[in-house]
Ligand binder design. Sequence first.
Ligand code: UT7
Length: 331
Amino acid sequence: MAKVTAVITGVGKYVPDYILTNKELETMVDTNDEWIVSRTGIRERRILKEEGKGTSFLCIEAAKDLFSKKKTDPKTIDLVIVSTATRDMIAASTAAYVASEIGATNAFSFDIDSACSSFLYGMSVVSAFIESGKYKKILLIGGDKNSSMINYNDRNTCIIFGDGAGAVLFEPNEEGLGVQDEYLRTDGTGREFLRSLKSGSSYPPKLGDIINEDNFVKQEGSTVFKRAVSEMANVSEEILKRNDLKKEDINWLAAHQANKRIIDATAKRVGLDDSKVMMNIEKYGNTTSATLPLLIADYEKQLKKGDKIIFAAFGGGFSWGAIYMKWAYNS
Ligand code: UT7
């Protein structure tokens, strides 16, 4: 019997209408367009402004986009996973709400949070479920309302992050396409350098507390940058080696969009020229769990059946890794 693998069979996306430009950021913090573009590659990012709308809103819209493009009946979905670092609420599953709202009434659902690696790790979970034969149709949505955890007085973070979501449908395949291999890593000593100290259980809020900068994400940018450069390149090289792949064999690098310089350095180490590197950071900034599915959505039309793609991510925790996939369809 042929081995069953997990392939992507459809993709949808959503970004909010509001565009936060570098020019507008110049009016908020001590920064400038030239610095942001040369240090990060980011020109603008999308922000979800409407009061009361959380990450679920982004995820629901991305899933609806997928359903309308692919003519999928949500009732046929077995499992909905929401990869996110910005759940709607503590103590209530975001995925459960998303699944109900999109009409995936025959699915169960759960969230995965591993900061910027959430979607990559989600791909690993989906692939294991499908290979085992346990579930057949899995919707993996990567979405983050990063603006909910950003201090817009902090130029180390507010210039980088944006909001968005991408939804990807996975199904079984017996032609040897889809997820081929993964190499995933974590290092908990990294949490000192990228985190929101007072947004979880370590330092819960007390009545009468006044909000301060510890309630928002802070990072030691250059430490995170250096580690991201070396680890994303390490895992990408490792996954090529383990699968006997030469740089000429690779059609695409889909790397987490945190900083153009990190992506360029990873591509250089692996030996890929710009034409093989997916890039949309200039439009959206770092959308955390949404960067990889937004790349897939934006590049879908250029992808050909059999294309070899290396997905790579690095983020808070620290958490990072790479997945090797063979694309399954021509659009
Ligand atoms: O997705 C999760 C993983 N996150 C990341 O991968 C983010 C990784 N880090 C980065 O992308 C970069 O470290 C940043 C974009 C955050 C910062 O870039 P950098 O090249 O590492 O700058 P830096 O922090 O080393 O600072 C260089 C200079 C400093 O000035 P002095 O001390 O040299 O005078 C900063 O104060 O740039 C200054 N600076 C800024 N200037 C204008 C820092 N942020 C800004 C800013 N605008 N927004």
